[in-house]
Design a protein around this ligand. Structure first.
Ligand code: URA
Length: 213
């Protein structure tokens, strides 16, 4: 039995079954209290997709819609990701999509729940789940979407701005690449920038797709 590392919590970490299947991991993750985010989120949002996927996509954490619906990348960022994948010639059903952190971290602003970036301890507390997902799926390429996923898997010194789109050899999978998070494209200041950023994102995804073919 491997124990997930603990975060900022006094609760004992959850025991994780070794060599578990994805459904087994998803079930066990529902009771995870390895950091305090379980208190704030509606539910654990575990990864989903093809168990034999050659491409694994890793985001930061579930957003508002994902937290409510219980599925990764189903909100606005997920819709943009779907479009980019389609334009890169990748079928989402053939990928496995997950997040570095499995609970939504937010703070109230009026009636809205505003996304808050997970901290280092929360990312570390969730990493055993990510490692277990990678071990179960055994993807050929992992694509980190944004800095949180990249820093979880490639270290805190990794800079998406400098190293995006590079296919790096890794012990976790034959190749690992980092690119921007789809939310950053949604936040682009104007239509022209959004279009240019979307094109770059699609090009990065195409590099991954070309490596698989
Ligand atoms: N952003 C993420 O990083 N993951 C999701 O699942 C949704 C939005």
């Amino acid at each position: 039995m491997a124990k997930p590392r603990t975060g900022d919590t006094s609760k004992p970490a959850l025991s994780m079954p070794a060599n578990a299947t994805l459904p087994g991991l998803a079930k066990a993750s529902k009771n995870c209290q390895a950091c305090d985010l379980w208190k704030r989120g509606t539910q654990t949002v575990f990864g989903e997709g093809s168990p034999g996927a050659s491409l694994m996509l890793i985001g930061e954490q579930p957003g508002d819609q994902e937290d409510l619906q219980g599925h990764p990348f189903v909100g606005p960022a997920g819709k943009l990701l779907d479009t980019a994948l389609e334009r890169a010639g990748i079928a989402r059903e053939q990928t496995y999509v997950t997040n570095a952190v499995k609970h939504f971290k937010w703070e109230p602003r009026g009636k809205r729940r505003i996304h808050k970036k997970p901290n280092t301890a929360e990312i570390a507390a969730c990493r055993p789940w990510l490692e277990a997902e990678i071990a179960a799926v055994q993807p050929k390429i992992i694509v980190c979407l944004g800095a949180t996923a990249a820093q979880s898997l490639l270290g805190r010194a990794f800079r998406v701005t400098q190293q995006r789109g590079l296919l790096l050899k890794s012990k976790l999978a034959p190749f690992i690449m980092a690119t921007v998070h789809p939310s950053s494209i949604l936040r682009a200041p104007d239509e022209e920038t959004r279009h240019a950023e979307m094109q770059r994102f699609i090009e990065d995804l195409k590099k991954a797709a070309n490596r698989l073919s």
